[in-house]
Design a binder for this molecule. Sequence first.
Ligand SMILES: [Zn+2]
Length: 266
Amino acid sequence: MSPFRLFLIPVLLLAGLISGCATSQTDIRGFNLISIEEEQALGEKFAVEVEKQYRVVTDPELQGYADRLGRRLLTGARVVEFPYTFKVVKDDSVNAFAIPGGHVYINTGLIKVAQSETELAGVMAHEINHAVARHGTRQLTQQYGYGLIVQLVLGQDQNQLAQLAASLFGKAGFMAYSRGMESQADYLGVETMYKAGYDPQGMITFFEKLEAMHQQSPSQLAQFFSSHPLTAERIQRVREAIGTLPTKSWLPAESAEFKRIKAKLQ
Ligand SMILES: [Zn+2]
């Protein structure tokens, strides 16, 4: 590495931190040292580790449903730069998560609690937009540095990769995004739902339901709430985002298939 590049990296990192603070909700091209190809390679490695820790549900109807829902939402995403995957994992905590490279996981506990496909789509749209805006690699670079990410991509240290995957995405894992990133994923999630033909109001009804449930049984929702605190301000911002979109009349969400899927999980 030339001395110039050595000098450049801290300067770029600093610029990234500054622009990170000023990033608007609509700007998905935040500062990111990791290329699309690197992120895809890292995501594939993480996915292997995640699927050692969670049991991917084998039922083809359930997986087919999650996949169709995810693909439909992608039609409303600003960019689709990764080969997205959508998988249901057996876990009763109410949660969904995205890892770098467009791999989205939906816990069975989330499907059990959602009362309509639209509500489920709300959480998935939020997760998809963490991938669209590449929040995972942006956050990891800030937290661990570019060098470590490149090492992981190159696959030099399998142990380190497994440990990091467990601490970020495992059952007790906790991938923490900044508040700005959470808020951007909500904002873009509303837009994605709207464009894909889902009433974004579903995001609000689901958040409100989770908030009410949280008062009664905090433990079941611990993971979702530790990474997605549902403050009144957050819900208000989602409402405002919906308010900026032209009014549409929504067809009632088709519920026969959703009901069948839910029945399978009981
Ligand atoms: Zn989130």
